[in-house]
Unconditional design. Structure first.
Length: 113
């Protein structure tokens, strides 16, 4: 079993920054990938960024603005979000792929003036 604890969401003005954190605890043999997804009202959940080994993937809409990183010693994945836009408003979910997928409870990010 893997438990995920997210933090870092909130309200920010357009152009501002936030950093999301997701700490994994429990037991596993190896983590295949860690990442962040988001879901805006009335829309499907979508991949924001993912890190697996030394590789990263980003949604086109966040490239150049968001950076995903991972601290293996702390089993924590981070999402640094800069130059935030109103369209980034969503619930952000941490995802970990082990032998199956695990999801965090979600953290709200609201970008508004």
């Amino acid at each position: 079993q893997v438990q995920l604890q997210e933090s870092g969401g909130g309200l920010v003005q357009p152009g501002g920054s936030l950093r999301l954190s997701c700490a994994a605890s429990g037991s596993w043999f190896s983590i295949n990938a860690m990442g962040w997804y988001r879901q805006a009202p009335g829309k499907q959940r979508e991949l924001v960024a993912r890190i697996s080994g030394g590789s990263t993937d980003y949604a086109d809409s966040v490239k150049g603005r968001f950076t995903i990183s991972r601290d293996n010693a702390k089993n924590t994945v981070y999402l640094q979000m800069n130059s935030l836009k109103p369209e980034d408003t969503a619930v952000y979910y941490c995802h970990v792929a082990v032998t199956r997928s695990y999801w965090g409870q979600g953290t709200q990010v609201t970008v508004s003036s």
